[in-house]
Design a binder for this molecule. Sequence first.
Ligand code: NDP
Length: 247
Amino acid sequence: MSQSIQGKVVVITGASSGLGEATARLLAARGARVVLGARRIERLRSLVEDLVRQGGQAMAVATDVTDRAQVANLVDSAVSTFGRVDVLINNAGLMPHSPLERLKVDDWERMVDVNLKGVLFGIAAALPHMQRQKSGHIINVSSVAGHKVGANGAVYSATKYAVRALSEGLRQEVKPWNIRSTIISPGAVATELPGSATEADIAQGLYEFYDANAISADSFARCVEFAIGQPEDMDVNEILFRPTRQV
Ligand code: NDP
């Protein structure tokens, strides 16, 4: 499988922690050239140092996915450094759950800006390169919450349902350029995500749920490895997974 990962140029948003970081580590170990975007550039730089020390090829680009020009710069940097972009993983996201009646409108906006518009900006940045190359692979991160709505999660779910809808439309439209499109929808995975909750009581509940249920971020990275590692004529459309103990 690693044959088809070796040498691929993979851009990952939200690579400074959690799922993005775990994916960067696994893909770099499989020989991919990884281009890492997030706002916390120091964390990205030390991750890159780590990967390079282990023989990998990696670079860091400070990126706020709510800024279209910064996302374009991330993907363009991959192309100018490595000559192409084979895979874009639109992974950056946050989950500040709350009941709608608390009117946490700033959190609603941030979720739409990062979880949905950030994905759109990623597609806008990568698509012209992939069309020119006549190949590419866009992986969008949804969630179990993109399949069902849970307590306090209406807006988060709305963004994750939207990511699935968008990805399905993308999948159908990019056939002429031989571009693959994958949705990955994880259940509870141990990352910094519960820390994005801004309401203390909700954060507490999330930490308890994650402590009881979450599995390692490597689970997600292995899904990415599987999707990317298939032969070019196979398009893995969606992977939905949960911890075995999660309902
Ligand atoms: P983390 O909080 O560990 O990581 C989130 C990442 O997103 C960080 O690297 C953060 O980087 C980045 N990010 C947040 N805002 C921005 C921004 N404006 N611009 C650029 N990057 C940003 O959580 P996860 O790894 O768990 O989350 C990754 C994705 O997985 C999210 O889309 C999340 O919704 C999804 N997911 C996670 C699940 C889980 O249980 N962990 C389950 C289902 C889906 P920085 O702050 O440095 O910018």
